[in-house]
Write a protein that binds this ligand. Structure first.
Ligand code: ADP
Ligand code: MG
Ligand code: ZN
Length: 476
């Protein structure tokens, strides 16, 4: 029998607000354990939460970017569970009146356009982090992360393969990064995906029983977990068994999952409206104002770049992957640089250095710098080899290319007297090549020009060299 895989995702995204969702503690990453906590996020009795307005705005913007309905009245709910990473013994989340619902997102897959519906987006707080020292037999709790704001984005079960789930996550990441509300780095945990998966006979209109694999932390893990779970469930059905509704843990090394616990339902959490926070009313005008400020997202931008700048689709798409890169492109072109050159520097040398340096998406150089670099090449002041050296400095420290070239004496000379001098030296050293040229062997010219370039340590301008050399040879 043929089977079809059905996948729904629950994606947690860490927002990049400066402070936590219900208190003013810093969210900065990497601080010493338990130095960014207060009575609210440490769950001390009697401490009262206050909603961070930035979180609310970010959630509405995310909802708009995913074509959701924005609630006019939203409320928080208390999700009760005991676990040592959660000092309150409950998590403030949203169940009954989430901020956004009924959205969708479309994206391209190998097999055409795909639409995935969004069930809802809700705001909640992250838990702390536990460290287990098995040698000493102790565990440590760090509550710096407790209260860091999260959005949970829940899709309908609309994906049909791990590949589609990954394509969804990529598009989601792109949109949220364009909004600037999260960096969505799976490796660093700022985006985590739970994969809900079931299988059913191909052509069936009913869903099978699903399992949930929690906290997958890379696209590869999502792909592999989906493949392994599909296989496991089909094997169970084929042998006449039935899939158990449960939460499973996927081992990214062994590439297999194991049962963790029976799936808990909403009733297990004893949800109730959070009594310490009031409902929030969002005026329609506020939502409309935020809608009007939505950025141009990567797909539309890519199309426009092709149209307005005559770029190829591949180049344009690469430039528009990150908003900052796309903006740098447009700024540099607006200063007067040729679109194709700017695109080449950004998609070529820039991406190469970004991959080499660890700080991946930090572009430190400004448009005026790149414009100057391109102009130095165009005016024949530096050649491409020198340009790469200049660029690398500019990439790391936003150095001014003109100043750098001047200070390091990298400019090519087009001083004709100097070049004529070098030509004479080269002619004297290579009389055979000179007579070859005179006997009509054009190739000899290239060789002689090369010798002059070498004699001038690569700092003589090649076009002028060719011109001056021809004059000399013709004059005799
Ligand atoms: P719960 O409240 O138990 O977590 P939900 O109905 O909210 O369940 O669904 C959670 C996630 O599971 C959603 O992403 C949804 O798309 C997905 N899902 C629901 N049913 C199925 C199914 N039969 N197969 C695969 N995914 C499913
Ligand atoms: Mg759920
Ligand atoms: Zn706090």
């Amino acid at each position: 029998m043929e089977y079809e895989t059905v996948i729904g995702l629950e994606v947690h995204v860490e927002l990049n607000t400066k402070t936590k969702i219900f208190c003013s503690c810093s969210t900065a990453f990497g601080a010493k354990a338990n130095t960014q906590i207060c009575p609210v996020c440490a769950g001390l009795p009697g401490a009262l939460p206050v909603l961070n307005r930035q979180v609310l705005t970010a959630a509405v913007r995310a909802g708009l970017a995913l074509n959701c309905e924005i609630a006019e009245r939203t409320r928080f709910d208390r999700k009760n569970y005991f676990y040592p990473d959660n000092p309150q013994n409950y998590q403030i989340s949203q169940l009954y009146l989430p901020i956004c619902k009924k959205g969708y997102m479309e994206f391209d897959t190998g097999e055409g356009r795909k639409k995935v519906r969004i069930h809802d987006i809700h705001m909640e707080e992250d838990a702390g982090k536990l460290y287990h020292d098995s040698e000493k037999g102790v565990s440590y709790a760090d509550y710096n992360r407790a209260g860091v704001p999260l959005l949970e984005i829940v899709t309908e079960p609309d994906m049909r393969s791990g590949e589609e789930a990954v394509a969804f996550l990529e598009k989601l990441k792109s949109r949220l990064r364009y909004l600037g509300i999260s960096d969505c780095r799976m490796q660093e945990g700022s985006m985590r995906a739970d994969v809900n998966l079931s299988v059913r006979p191909a052509g069936s209109s009913e869903y099978g029983t699903r399992t949930e694999m929690k906290n997958l932390s890379s696209y590869t893990a999502v792909r592999e977990a989906a493949a392994a779970e599909t296989k496991r469930q089909i094997a169970i059905l084929e042998s006449g068994g039935s899939v158990m509704r449960e939460t499973r843990r996927f081992d990214e090394k062994k590439k297999e999952s194991t049962g963790m616990r029976g799936k808990e339902g909403a009733e297990d959490y004893r949800y109730f409206p959070e009594p310490d926070l009031k409902a929030v009313y969002i005026a329609k005008e506020t939502t409309e104002k935020l809608r009007a400020q939505m950025p141009e997202f990567s797909e539309e931008k890519t199309e426009r770049f092709c149209r307005e700048y005559g770029l190829g689709a591949k180049d344009a798409a690469l430039l528009c992957r990150e908003r900052k890169m796309a903006e740098l492109f447009e700024q540099t072109v607006s200063l007067g640089a040729e679109a194709k050159s700017v695109s080449n520097w950004l998609n070529g040398e820039t991406l190469k250095l970004m991959a080499e340096r660890e700080v991946a998406d930090e572009l430190r150089f400004t448009a005026d710098r790149l414009y100057k670099l391109i102009k130095l090449i165009k005016d024949g002041i530096i050649n491409n080899t020198t340009a790469k050296e200049v660029f690398e400095n500019m990439y790391d420290d936003n150095t001014d290319p003109e100043k750098y070239v001047e200070e390091k004496g990298l400019a090519q000379s087009s001083d004709e007297d100097e070049i004529r001098e070098l030509c004479m030296q080269v002619f004297n050293a290579n009389p055979d090549a000179v007579s070859d040229y005179r006997n009509g062997k054009g190739r000899a010219l290239g060789f002689l020009v090369g010798c002059v370039m070498k004699a001038g340590s690569g700092k003589v301008e090649p076009k002028t060299v060719t011109k001056v050399m021809k004059e000399c040879l013709e004059k005799g």
